[in-house]
Design a protein around this ligand. Sequence first.
Ligand SMILES: N[C@@H](CCC(=O)N[C@@H](CS)C(=O)NCC(=O)O)C(=O)O
Length: 203
Amino acid sequence: MKLYDGGRAPNPRRVKIFLAEKGLTVPMEQVDLGQMAHKSPEYTAINPLQRVPALQLDDGTIITESIAICRYFEVLHPEPPLFGQGAKDAAIVEMWQRRIEFHLLAQVAHVFRNSHPAMKEMEVPQVPAWADANKPRVMDFLTLLDRELKARRYIAGDRYTVADITGMIAVDFMKPAKLSAPETLTNLKRWHDEVSARPSAKA
Ligand SMILES: N[C@@H](CCC(=O)N[C@@H](CS)C(=O)NCC(=O)O)C(=O)O
């Protein structure tokens, strides 16, 4: 088994945080995004979409998409449960995980990819107006999340889940996107400080 990793890039990072929470170690191969190694013929044969992470199993199967990779490990190693337990809990975790992917992580990525000079070669064409259009959407969703976090400790309930992992990497990704959360969002800050203090966050 081998995980094709991309250093501090947000999606590979969420898989590494997930593995750390499970106490798992998986052999890794670095794919240097800065050197465009993910566009090489060798890596394109692994993932034709030229994105990281990708997990190669011993039988040669390739799994891409961070959450698909996390789910693979969740089934093999159910403890601690990071996708929820039981019908209702699992649905709530799924709901928040998807809300965060579609309404926060994607928007932060649009800002970063369409405004950062380092992304010129990867995001073609860069559309600065699309970066600008997504900035208020990020702030709107953070405000909603702050309101939700007033009522509970973690994003999907009283337990840390994959929704917190996606949430944390999305908020951390705001830094290179040159976005910052308003100081007034104190519940968001309390949650972010707490999840960032977990040893897995160093991944
Ligand atoms: N939906 C994919 C997204 C993967 C993705 O976009 N990875 C980024 C790094 S965070 C990447 O490989 N970017 C390279 C590029 O855009 O050329 C997932 O969940 O893993």
